[in-house]
Design a protein around this ligand. Structure first.
Ligand code: ATP
Ligand code: MG
Length: 277
């Protein structure tokens, strides 16, 4: 298969995924539309990152298929599979920059590993991508010298360095203050404008962010897709779980696991001990 600039839908067909014998997602079929921003929502532990791992090819499905631009990802020959994986841009939760390399070297890494571009060309691409996220002045800095929001933006520049047809982001706004989170949203919208054929999939907990950027929403619950469609349709839902989710209502107690009360005697003893130190 040749890499083209066509728009790639991501289709899941009867996908069952998990770890060892544990099933996390069961018989899921859905399409994340090409050239759009899809947001994957759901409670903690429902399998959002697991879904991303399948799309990135980090683990193979227990059953079913992942189709990228209509091609069965896990049926590809080894070389093609690796080439496909190289073409995916991934923004991990913490930016996942290597602390021992400068920001510029981090962004250059995928190009140095997978291409024979000249050094001047690598530098040109690195500066261009960093400028897209407003960080051209940080090339020589180390990740530890950046703020959390800057690290996420640098992670985005690295995810974008190979002009990926598919960009996957795990919680791009988590841990950011509201202003930095809004900047990240604006940046993702700008990327959608700039690269109209790029298919963007973001996992998020942040409803503000979903409202700001989602073209398409997928909600996971109890191993299933319980909603797929537009944000508008999601807001019109009458399903109790979705209403609870949208209203940020607390879970019922039996869903939160066992509770262990602390006795007054132990608490008082701990306080006395702490006073003595
Ligand atoms: N490497 C692993 N080995 C075994 N089980 C795992 C592994 N990673 C995740 N799980 C389990 O799979 C389930 C789904 O985890 P996943 O990380 O996909 O959830 P999530 O929806 O991304 O949650 P969060 O919103 O907290 O990031 C959880 O029950 C988790 O304990
Ligand atoms: Mg996760």
């Amino acid at each position: 298969m040749t890499i083209t600039t066509q728009v790639w839908d991501i289709a899941l067909e009867g996908l069952t995924a998990g770890y060892g014998p544990k099933v996390v997602l069961e018989n899921i079929s859905t399409v994340l539309p090409g050239g759009k921003i899809s947001m994957v929502l759901g409670g903690s532990g429902c399998g959002k990152s697991t879904l991303l791992r399948q799309i990135i090819g980090l683990s193979a499905p227990m059953e079913g298929k992942v189709l990228l631009g209509g091609n069965d990802f896990f049926a590809m020959k080894d070389a093609e599979f690796r080439r496909m994986r190289r073409r995916m841009g991934v923004l991990f939760q913490d930016g996942a920059l290597l602390g021992s390399l400068t920001v510029g070297e981090n962004i250059a890494l995928p190009l140095r590993e997978h291409t024979h571009l000249k050094e001047a060309e690598v530098q040109e691409i690195v500066l261009h991508k960093l400028s897209l996220v407003g960080l051209a002045h940080t090339t020589a800095l180390y990740p530890s010298q950046l703020s959390g929001g800057m690290r996420k933006r640098a992670g985005l520049a690295r995810a974008l360095v190979t002009d990926p047809p598919i960009l996957l982001c795990d919680e791009p706004t988590s841990g950011l203050d509201p202003i930095s989170a809004a900047q990240m949203d604006a940046l993702l919208l700008e990327m959608r404008e700039r690269f109209p054929s790029m298919t963007i999939v973001c996992v998020s907990h942040d409803m503000e962010s979903v409202k700001a950027i989602a073209d398409h929403v997928l909600v996971l619950h109890e191993k299933q897709v319980i909603f797929q469609g537009s944000l508008h349709n999601l807001q019109e839902t009458t399903k109790p779980y979705l209403l609870q989710f949208l209203a940020r209502a607390p879970m019922r107690e039996e869903e939160q696991g066992a509770s262990y009360p602390l006795s007054e005697a132990t608490r008082a003893h701990m306080h006395r001990e702490l006073e003595l130190q």
